[in-house]
Ligand binder design. Sequence first.
Ligand code: PLP
Length: 380
Amino acid sequence: MYEKTIKFIKELYGNQEFTPLSVPKFVGNEKKYLYECIDTTFVSSVGKFVDRFENDMAAYTGAKKTVVCVSGTNALHMAMMLVGAERDDEVLTQALTFIATCNAISYIGAHPVFIDVDKSTMGLSPDALKAWLEKNAEIRNRQCYNKHTGHRVKACVPMHTFGHPVRIEEIAAVCAEYYIELVEDAAESIGSKYKGIHTGLFGKVGALSFNGNKTITTGGGGMLLFMDEELGALAKHLTTQAKVPHRWEFRHDHIGYNYRMPNINAALGCAQLEHLDEFIADKRATAAAYADYFKNVDDIDIFTEPADSFSNYWLNAVILKDRDAQQAFLQETNDNGVMTRPIWELMNRLPMFENCEHDSLENTLWFADRVVNIPSSVRL
Ligand SMILES: *Cc1c(COP(=O)(O)O)cnc(C)c1O
């Protein structure tokens, strides 16, 4: 039933026997920088690539301060702590996201609350956010509380799904009105911009991921983005065991974390970053080729970047006409060497989060039955 589409995707990727969803590309200085780490013995928590990667990423994104971490998940964990989220707080986020967002919220003992997404972005909807708050929130002493549960509503974590920016300015305005801290899960959206500003810079903290399937990789890794330099400095301190700087003494002034990215991973990151713009241009060309192709296919649409945005098109997503079509498409593509996968199982359907509060999730449920990710690796 989908032979033509399978043929098109295979051709796009040079007719390999197996076409993966998203694999890394190494075309530059990766080996050179890695050898340099080994030759100089600086492979671990100290070394010039750590500082260089942070500086290069600050220049690239426009952040005032960046802090590398071991993973995107622990960048998000740190972000939750930095905005002061605590046990039994509520944190507003999406049911349509990768598990890491909710894991990070859970590490501090807070409770995720699932707000619907927009049809235009696949990310948290400022309208749904406002509607939920109008129904449930009350403000006391410049803090937001859920008047039905009594819990404080401390933070909001929108996620830029597949690299497509959410309506982040409007979300930021709603959060400000309700004294809610904004943390962006920008794990998928490196290089993506909203009205010309890099995603991850609209709230107090943004988190990126450099996992192997992301647009650029450090093997494993993540990064915190800040416009507030002081908060960034605190993050650096806490992610490096909260050690008081001294040439030989070992003193620590806080419970710290060993979340610092090793130099070998940062070396890989420096090399990858040198090609990020090329990778994104390539991904956008792939997205354009898909858009062109699917224009003439009945019953399959391709998701395109929202208004006011520049998307990195990390993963392309097609929208089938219903759940049966989604399942048939998954079966036929995977049976024929084209790797595809459905959007993540919704968070509110997982045993850990099935009792969490949520709104109608109307658009979320609509996407869950229809979205399939198709091969999106850099082609170059
Ligand atoms: C990849 C990803 C993360 C972070 O994942 P790590 O593997 O820990 O780097 C967080 N949130 C989302 C939405 C992601 O896709």
